[in-house]
Design a protein around this ligand. Structure first.
Ligand code: ATP
Ligand code: MG
Length: 317
């Protein structure tokens, strides 16, 4: 079906990032709940039309690990509207503060890692797409404990238009060393980002927050802070959980989790594994995930998160 503004009723605001604003909407003719992302771009009409054309490939991306795409259209006043599947537990950055001890439980991390690897592997092997922006706000969860990727770089023109509008759009602390250095980068760059994200979710604090005293403290707020941080990612030894004590449990982190994260955070991308290589290692960290060993745990955990989510948004009203 063709999407247009007249058929969409906004239900609530879900948040906004560097590039746009997302809201929960109802598509009246189909009575379908969707997420709508509005992106402002000040480029020429030809470029805007090209972006919409490039986004069409999203129709072909069909996987349980990828957010479903319903359509995109140009709006008056230089905006592009993208309609996609709505995920009722939101993104991982919003889920983390709701977790007990502000840490993701181990079974959830296993299922999450498996889902991300499957999504990345699907995008690359089927469509030659590299995600390019793996981070907690771009991984969404449903009340069934399913994880799905969104906001991957399918449209070259869209990426260009956004990059021109602001130098720091697309610069993120989840970026791999090879990408920060402007070298050629590929699908393994997403593995670095995933490793960093898993480390953050396991620990409960952002990786570069200098909380454990083994790094010099500095403010990463402004552009200068960001540049300094990017330099550190390139020059310093990668972060690790090996040998660290979980401040909440007072115990070391799970050994398989530690080595899995370490294998993602190898600075030399030639030595770093690809998504399909990591998926093949079914005797390590991911053991039991395919067989559904953690399914029940993760499901009931997700149900709890869903409830906290609901309570929270009711409190906001
Ligand atoms: P950035 O612009 O740097 O990528 P971001 O990912 O936080 O940051 P958006 O992609 O604009 O910014 O998303 C804003 C918020 O909307 C997200 O943090 C997420 O919580 C929510 N969101 C996005 N897509 C969906 C969706 N399909 N279902 C439910 N919530 C969503
Ligand atoms: Mg996003």
């Amino acid at each position: 079906f063709q999407l247009n503004n007249a058929d969409l009723v906004t239900l609530k605001n879900l948040g906004s990032g560097n590039s746009g604003t997302v809201s929960k909407i109802l598509h009246v003719p189909t009575q379908k709940i969707m997420a709508k992302k509005i992106i402002h771009i000040d480029s020429k009409t030809v470029i805007q039309t090209q972006i919409i054309r490039e986004l069409r490939i999203l129709h072909e991306c069909q996987s349980p690990y990828i957010i479903e795409f319903y359509g995109a259209f140009l709006n008056t006043n230089n905006t592009i509207v993208i309609c996609m599947e709505y995920c009722n537990c939101g993104s991982l950055d919003k889920i983390l503060p709701l977790c007990q001890n502000k840490q993701f439980p181990l079974p959830v991390l296993k299922k999450l890692a498996y889902a991300i690897l499957s999504g990345l592997s699907y995008l690359y092997t089927t469509h030659k797409i590299i995600h390019r922006d793996i981070k907690p706000s771009n991984v969404l969860m449903t009340h069934k404990g399913e994880f799905k990727l969104c906001d991957f770089g399918v449209s070259r023109e869209l990426t260009n238009s956004l990059a021109m509008a602001d130098t720091f759009v697309g610069t993120s602390t989840y970026m791999s060393p090879e990408r920060i250095q402007g070298l050629n980068y590929g699908v393994k760059s997403d593995i670095w980002s995933m490793g960093l994200m898993l480390l953050e979710l396991a620990k409960g604090v952002p990786v570069w927050s200098d909380d454990d005293g083994d790094n010099s403290s500095s403010d990463h707020g402004g552009p200068e802070g960001i540049l300094d941080l990017l330099q550190r990612i390139v020059n310093e030894t990668p972060p690790t959980l090996i040998g660290k004590i979980n401040p909440v449990t007072k115990e070391p982190y799970d050994a398989l989790l530690c080595s899995f994260i370490d294998s993602c955070l190898i600075k030399d991308d030639n030595m770093r594994k690809s998504p399909w290589d990591l998926l093949e290692d079914t005797d390590g960290f991911l053991k039991g995930v395919v067989a559904g060993e953690y399914e029940k745990d993760v499901k009931s955990w997700a149900k709890g998160i869903r409830k906290l989510h609901k309570d929270k948004s009711e409190g906001e009203k």
